[in-house]
Write a protein that binds this ligand. Structure first.
Ligand SMILES: O=C(O)CCC(=O)C(=O)O
Length: 381
């Protein structure tokens, strides 16, 4: 087992790679990965009366981003689900295939090659197996690689794996295309709110000022998938997430309006788009940032690429004035920068949905997190 520790690197205890645990644990997973009974996954999706499994989030055709119909479909999905699958989105299937292959190639490297990029809680950039620094805290059944993409001052190819050889160029190409798609989706979301199509992007700081980072998740096979989760329930703290999942291994579950966990049935080569907390704030809760989590499989490992598209981190964000109309619709959140908002996540890791976003309150009663001194560049989203 000695090769499955990275020596700590600033973590409160040695970090164990889930890949190594999966290879060595036999039929029983270690206690640290076992979730409380109320958090354990239902692996079947939500069963409707009669036994039919209802398991999909809306699918939206993005081939005509300027059409009213597209804006209506995106807006309905963001209001009711906070999630949709974007198809005909314009990112070439060949690039999706190469990006997945490159990152699978990284996780297939020998442990020593992977450990060269072991991350620390100071920046999170690199190869990791936990979020949050609480000693003895619960662990999720997944390893990940976290990297910064925007602003350009934070992007450093040296911190990206050098093997496989295709990885850096492919990730750069992937970044360019998925950022273009993110901006396209932002324009559609903006029109869906009844605003100019550039309004949401302007609220993020304008093109070129946004932040972006990526988390590549690798979920090894798990002998007891009914007891654990690949990523515990959380909402995404940033703006919007563009998620590319395995086409054939399900794992993502989304909490629907009736509080049921719905297993997403991925459309091949679709992007799963979800609203993050910052768009919930800007839209004054018209669009919802919804909790989701990841189940794992006994039969197959799974890879996903989550690109987090975020507002400029030092810009105060509050509900857009066009969407505030007291007394019926007061501003539900106070003004806060993304740096201030996410500082907390670094300490506690991702867990659930922040209380101040769960049930909207008026701006005067909703306080920002207590501490806000950390720099944006050091945080994991
Ligand atoms: O792997 C997935 O399907 C989702 C990953 C996720 O929620 C995350 O990285 O925040």
């Amino acid at each position: 087992m000695s090769n499955c520790f990275n020596g700590g690197a600033g973590w409160p205890e040695p970090v164990v790679r889930v890949q190594a645990v999966s290879d060595s644990c036999g039929a029983t997973i270690p206690e640290r990965y076992v979730k409380a009974p109320s958090d354990r996954p239902s692996l079947q999706g939500a069963a409707a009366p009669g036994g039919v499994v209802m398991n999909n989030i809306p699918v939206v055709d993005m081939s005509m981003p300027n059409a009213d119909e597209t804006a209506r479909a995106v807006a309905a999905a963001c209001r009711e689900w906070g999630f949709f699958q974007a198809v005909n989105h314009g990112v070439r299937p060949d690039l999706l295939r190469r990006a997945r292959a490159a990152w699978r190639g990284f996780f297939a490297q020998p442990a020593e090659a992977r450990e060269r990029y072991a991350n620390s809680p100071a920046t999170y950039e690199g190869y990791g197996s936990r979020l949050g620094t609480a000693k003895g805290g619960p662990l999720d059944w997944g390893d990940y690689y976290f990297l910064h993409l925007l602003p350009p001052s934070l992007e450093s190819h040296d911190k990206w794996p050098s093997l496989p050889h295709t990885l850096r160029d492919t990730t750069e190409e992937y970044k360019e295309e998925v950022l273009e798609l993110s901006r396209r989706v932002m324009r559609v979301m903006s029109r869906g709110l009844g605003l100019d199509d550039g309004r949401l992007l302007a609220a993020f700081g304008g093109e070129g000022s946004e932040g972006a980072c990526m988390r590549v998740n690798f979920y090894p096979r798990c002998p007891q998938p009914e007891l654990t989760l690949g990523v515990a329930a959380h909402s995404d703290p940033g703006g919007m997430t563009m998620l590319l999942v395995d086409d054939h291994v399900k794992g993502l579950q989304v909490r629907n309006a009736d509080n049921q966990w719905i297993t997403v049935d991925p459309v091949p080569n679709a992007f799963i788009v979800n609203v993050g907390d910052q768009i919930q704030v800007l839209s004054n809760a018209v669009y919802k940032s919804v909790e989701h989590r990841v189940t794992v499989s006994a039969a197959e490992d799974r890879l996903s690429l989550a690109l987090f598209y975020n507002p400029r981190s030092d810009l105060p964000l509050a509900p857009m004035p066009e969407l505030v109309a007291p007394p019926d619709r007061p501003a539900l959140y106070p003004s806060m920068t993304f740096d201030e908002y996410r500082v907390d996540i670094r300490q506690r890791g991702l867990s659930g949905k922040p209380a101040q976003l769960r049930s909207p309150q008026t701006a005067t009663t909703c306080a920002p997190p207590a501490s806000s001194s950390s720099s944006a560049s050091t945080l994991a989203r």
